[in-house]
Write a protein that binds this ligand. Structure first.
Ligand code: ATP
Ligand code: MG
Ligand code: ZN
Length: 505
């Protein structure tokens, strides 16, 4: 007889339905898994065998064939342990066929306990799309599965508990949909930053419109300190944005079982020794890299020139497209990666170039060489170039406390709310993501602005891309100001941040 149990699988960050078919036949005892399983799937045999015995059932002595359909797609991981187990129990007559609108996933331990798996949220969403009504998962994954609306989720601690539930002997209770509770995580606050009005302003603009930012300054000027305080002023995420980010984290196995939904924008700060694959994602079963983990949040690259050249160049395509394309022999895969790039660097190798103390010991050629590690195309994609001066003594010793993050965040949220109204129904959420076609509509310039732009274009040698980027930043500055249209002051401020001369000394 053939028993078919519904389950799910993952390709990249997309879930799909998998049918686990279990067939017992005469012949020498054997256990085969077909349907492109990887090693972890094939090893399920041992875990399932132990779990069946631990349930007090007899492991069928026959030729067992498991087919994972669609058989042409590669299957990975340990989540098929549970459906295979149920298929065997059913085929052996220990259990009635489970309801056809239910799906199962989970890893078994040798004791029969159910262990959590990765990627539960995208799989639960796929289940819901496939018309599945009930989803059975390991207890630790239950909260995450409830984020996909319209499913009844059961979390089971052990295979035995699940069997008792299916037999109607001892029912499990459905998982309660997860609700965001009190937030305890405290991000570092802008209140600690003395002076640096210019940089604080640039951070605020960047956060309000999701613009890319580069901080340049001497050692100890406070670049890392400022960037680390960015999460505290990032705008709230919509539910949709939070779910998108959580899907990626789920596939990477990074979600917290007690707090499965990302309610704060992600902030990723990989070390400069990061590899291209770890940054962009990849592997034989592709995993999201740092740029995808920063989706809807921030990717912070501290000490920018120290990153490997290939790694930095790999950022170019995702920065424009908002997704990264990974090509494998098995096909192409797209992972979301719409992040805000924040970088920090010293102006030269010794770090003191341009410092009033004049202690830089680098030659002009050395400065050039250091700075040229950042390619022109990458710099052109950064909207705000900001010099971080060493903080002045008076500012450092000033008594009054600087503005705190909550106040700044309120302004950022207000500016973002204006953007949400502007972009309703367009599928984008902030100024930085405006395609060129929208610029004509939302960033009209009056005569005075036109003149200003024309001047800047010839003086600064702007590219077509930087022209568009300036318009987007100007739109954000106008939004922070509560202005309907871009005024000369807004545009002038946006142009000033585009002063790539900083890197030429
Ligand atoms: N504006 C400031 N207000 C208060 N403290 C500051 C300020 N700027 C810097 N500091 C202090 O200096 C320390 C060093 O700053 P930070 O690590 O951000 O420097 P950096 O610019 O990243 O330097 P490097 O180039 O060496 O990485 C901070 O941890 C903080 O204690
Ligand atoms: Mg630093
Ligand atoms: Zn120097």
């Amino acid at each position: 007889m053939v028993v078919s149990i519904r389950s799910l699988g993952l390709t990249g960050i997309a879930g799909y339905e998998v049918g686990v078919e279990c067939f017992l036949s005469g012949g020498l005892p054997a256990f085969d898994v077909v349907g492109l399983p990887d090693a972890a799937v094939r090893e399920s045999r041992e875990r399932v065998r132990a779990a069946v015995k631990n349930c007090g059932a007899k492991f069928p002595v026959s030729r067992i064939t498991i087919n994972l359909a669609p058989a042409g797609r590669k299957k990975e991981g340990t989540l098929y342990d549970l459906p295979i187990f149920l298929g065997l129990m059913t085929a052996a007559g220990e259990l009635d066929t489970p309801p056809q609108d239910a799906a199962f996933l989970g890893e078994l331990s040798l004791t029969g306990a159910l262990r959590p798996v990765r990627g539960v949220l995208p799989m639960a969403m796929a289940a819901q799309r496939a018309g599945i009504k009930t989803l059975y998962v390991p207890a630790e994954n239950a909260a995450e599965a409830t984020l996909a609306e319209g499913l009844t989720v059961y979390g089971a601690e052990t295979a035995e508990a699940l069997v008792r539930h299916l037999k109607g002997q001892q029912r499990l209770s459905p998982a309660v949909p997860w609700q965001d509770g009190d937030d305890i995580a405290q991000a570092p606050d802008l209140r600690d930053v003395m002076g640096q009005e210019n940089c604080r302003r640039a951070l605020e603009i960047a956060a309000a419109g999701s613009h890319n930012l580069l901080l340049i300054g001497s050692p100890g000027a406070g670049k890392s300190m400022l960037a680390r305080r960015l999460p505290s002023i990032l705008p709230d995420m919509t539910r949709q944005e939070a779910l998108e980010a959580t899907e990626v984290w789920s596939v990477a196995g990074l979600t917290d079982p007690r707090h499965p939904l990302l309610t704060h924008r992600p902030f990723r700060a990989p070390h400069h020794t990061v590899s291209a694959v770890a940054l962009s994602g990849g592997g034989s079963f592709p995993r999201p890299g740092e740029i995808s983990l920063s989706h809807n949040g921030v990717l912070f690259l501290d000490e920018l020139p120290e990153f490997h050249k290939d790694v930095l160049e790999a950022l170019r395509q995702p920065l424009e497209d908002g997704e990264v394309t990974i090509t494998r022999a098995s096909g192409t895969l797209r992972l979301p990666s719409r992040f805000m790039l924040v970088c920090a660097m010293n102006p030269c190798r010794c770090g003191w170039y341009g410092h009033p103390s004049g202690r830089c010991t680098c030659t002009d050629a050395q400065v050039q060489k250091y700075v040229s590690r950042i390619s022109g195309p990458l710099l052109d994609r950064i909207d705000l170039h900001v010099r971080v001066p060493s903080v002045e003594y008076e500012a450092m010793r000033r008594r009054e406390t600087p503005e705190d993050s909550a106040t700044v965040r309120a302004r950022v949220n207000a500016a973002r709310a204006r953007q949400h109204v502007r972009f309703t129904g367009t599928g984008i959420s902030c100024n930085a993501h405006m395609p060129p076609s929208m610029l004509a509509e939302f960033c009209t310039l009056d005569d005075a602005c036109e003149k200003l732009m024309q001047n800047a274009f010839s003086k600064l040698g702007l590219t077509a891309r930087s022209h568009d980027r300036i318009l987007r930043v100007a739109r954000t500055i106008a939004d922070l100001d509560g202005a309907e249209s871009i005024e000369p002051a807004h545009l002038a401020e946006a142009i000033q941040y585009r002063n790539t001369d900083i890197l030429k000394g």
